[in-house]
Design a protein around this ligand. Structure first.
Ligand code: ADP
Ligand SMILES: O=c1ccn([C@@H]2O[C@H](COP(=O)(O)O)[C@@H](O)[C@H]2O)c(=O)[nH]1
Length: 210
């Protein structure tokens, strides 16, 4: 019987660098181990019944915006080496997309999202808990560029959303969850030393379980 997969939880603010770090971890292990990235974003609640006007008013930075029960269930399934049918999310249309991904059992699960450490059930499942700590001005600049280029937003809508919900919810829910981290990575995706240390630690856990 195969060992339990290792679960790495990566939390941090919007555009702090969670996805960039997750991709680097996947690249580091994918030749020797099967690695799957689960993005909490894919578990935003479906809003297909709402109009676009209603969807833009949703507070996407509150934990209630997510179907967390489904996310916890899927993580538990993956930890038992069971396959899952994962939803996917469409940021341009603010709702679930039609696509469902068949995720196969794997050796390493990287779970990344705003509330991965804020949620007690999720953080208790993690073998390593990481918080990506990037200053608010950098997060805002990165988000502005990304959301205009890739998520179909205008400059005005990014500023409006940031000042009405994103900033306050970050301070209320995301920032305080830093206290649960085993490792805090400053500046996100380009911190080579922190990412190398993390890769070494993951390798040692994998070796001990082998
Ligand atoms: N250390 C960094 N320096 C500069 N840009 C970065 C860095 N880390 C990430 N980015 C960029 O910032 C944006 C958001 O990063 P991403 O990893 O998607 O953040 P998150 O998943 O936390 O929202 C992306 O366009 C990414 O390329
Ligand atoms: O329909 C949506 C869903 C989410 N958002 C914003 O996305 C970020 C979370 O994604 P990151 O990749 O961590 O930045 C969150 O702050 C929401 O505000 C959205 O705008 N619309």
């Amino acid at each position: 019987m195969k060992n339990k997969p290792i679960l790495i939880g990566i939390a941090g603010g919007s555009a702090s660098g969670k996805s960039s770090i997750s991709k680097q971890l996947k690249e580091a292990f994918e030749y020797t181990k099967s690695v799957v990235i689960i993005r909490q974003d894919d578990y935003y609640k479906d809003q297909s019944e709402k109009t676009m006007e209603e969807r833009v008013k949703t507070n996407y930075d509150h934990p209630f915006a997510f179907d967390n029960d489904l996310l916890v269930l899927h993580i538990q399934e993956l930890l038992q080496r069971h396959a899952i049918l994962k939803p996917t999310y469409d940021f341009v249309h603010h709702t679930r997309s039609e696509l469902v991904e068949n995720v196969q059992p794997c050796d390493v699960v990287v779970l990344e999202g705003l509330f991965v450490l804020e949620d007690e059930e999720l953080r208790n499942l993690c073998d390593i808990k990481i918080f990506v700590d990037t200053d608010a001005d950098l997060r805002f600049i990165r988000r502005l560029v990304r959301d205009v280029k890739k998520r179909g937003r205008t400059l005005e809508s990014v500023v409006e959303q940031y000042t009405t919900t994103v900033r306050d919810m970050h301070n209320l829910f995301v920032e305080p969850s830093k206290r649960y981290a085993d490792l805090i990575i400053p500046e996100g995706g380009h911190n080579v030393v922190a990412i190398d240390l993390l890769i070494t630690k993951i390798s040692s856990i994998i070796d001990k379980r082998a």
